[in-house]
Unconditional design. Structure first.
Length: 190
């Protein structure tokens, strides 16, 4: 089979009975393709409706298939991000993750994830001696963590006066750090 596609989004390989996403591709685009992607996105936006119908066909037009609504929505999101010059990574995930997979997704070490599990910050089930974590729970925890981090950054933001004495600025920073620490301890006590 001859490859004619310009961009590969994901490579899957068969491991036993399940599909794995070990060989994921990351795509970056130069300004030229962005214009073409922008036209694709604009076309989809202009011709989309509450239930858009898009068809994928081979160049000869002999064979075609209608894209499911979920695929159309995903394609619209991907083309919008690509048009804006963002890098897209698509990774299939099981609905239930191992601790290693969940730690990788969160960008933390496995021992840190285990600490979160033991503290009850993320729910999990045990299969024999192995912990399994719902993808939904991991994504919700990730969202909550990002919100906490942004809130902490907002608290630490100081509208400093360039002419203010350094001692005053340091006192403001210490106060912001104290407030963030109190908020962290309050969350941990829950």
């Amino acid at each position: 089979m001859q490859k004619t596609q310009k961009y590969a989004i994901i490579a899957l390989e068969r491991k036993g009975m399940a599909m794995s996403a070990d060989n994921l591709g990351t795509i970056s685009f130069e300004p030229g393709p962005r214009e073409q992607i922008g036209r694709v996105h604009d076309f989809m936006a202009a011709h989309g409706s509450a239930r858009p119908r898009f068809v994928l066909s081979e160049p000869s037009g002999d064979a075609s298939v209608e894209l499911p609504e979920e695929v159309s929505q995903l394609l619209a999101q991907v083309t919008a991000a690509m048009r804006d010059g963002l890098v897209i990574t698509i990774a299939p995930r099981a609905r239930t993750l191992t601790t290693t997979q969940a730690a990788d997704l969160l960008g933390v070490s496995r021992p840190t994830l285990i600490k979160f599990l033991d503290e009850g910050r993320i729910s999990f089930t045990k299969v024999n001696s192995h912990r399994r974590i719902s993808l939904h729970d991991v994504l919700e925890f990730q969202k909550m963590r990002h919100e906490e981090q942004y809130a902490a950054l907002e608290v630490m933001r100081i509208d400093g006066d360039d002419d203010a004495p350094i001692d005053e600025l340091l006192a403001d920073l210490r106060e912001a750090r104290r407030i963030v620490g109190e908020q962290r301890r309050a969350r941990a006590a829950l």
